[in-house]
Ligand binder design. Sequence first.
Ligand code: KIV
Length: 277
Amino acid sequence: MSTQLDTSRRAFTTSQAIEMKAQGEKITVLTAYDFTTARLLDSAGIDIVLVGDSASNVFAGNETTLPMTLDEMIYHVRAVVKGVHAATGRAMIVADMPFMTYQLSSEDALKNAGRLMKETGCHAVKLEGGAAVAPAVKRITEVGIPVMGHLGLTPQSIYKFGSYKVRARDEHEAETLLHDAKLLEESGAFAIVLEKIPKALAEKVTRSVGVPTIGIGAGNACDGQVLVVNDMLGLNNAFKPRFVRRYANLEQVISDSVKQYVADVKRRDFPNESESY
Ligand code: KIV
């Protein structure tokens, strides 16, 4: 039996993410919830695929991320893991911990993070919040499970916030966020998502922590950027927040294609002879 490592499939690691921050090289992150998208993202060279609980909104059609269950997340992450491995296998796969799977106690959080890792093959978990979840981050990371933090507009707290407006504009909330970021780093988080906060605050947090910050609606000073893949591909043109850059208009492409298919079938053009046996 060969004992040689397969170096052609060098995987993206947490230490590589931290090294990239030190070198000033940006980290690229996109969400995926299914096999095909994950395969495409990995083969296009993305560093991290995040299986976000935004699946609750963009995949399942819920208004918020709160209904997502651990079993549903496991279903999505398994598909994404297979997609990444069907391509180059390089991207790191991070799985969101759904609402109420890490807030009850650190032991419960560890048990659920363990299920995500063991039952899917993902490489890290992500959870939302600062001081309240720091003990859970510490417990999960001390057994060897990498954790990505998430501060700012944390969608699982939407009913506390009352809106999807920019967070931490006032000094008190900004100071708390900075303190939370340091606490997450001390607790072992290898990276921190900063969502919808002022650019200047994101810059200050990025300078104040040794682990990479990954911004979404947080300006360009973060060490990396993340977007929901459906948003950047233009799959829902009704949703266009300022922080999304649209790289395609797939809503138009899909709509035009389906209209053409309907027309072709109705006028008996499809299937033709060469498309038949
Ligand atoms: O669930 C998600 O997609 C996320 C990103 C927007 C950061 O948490």
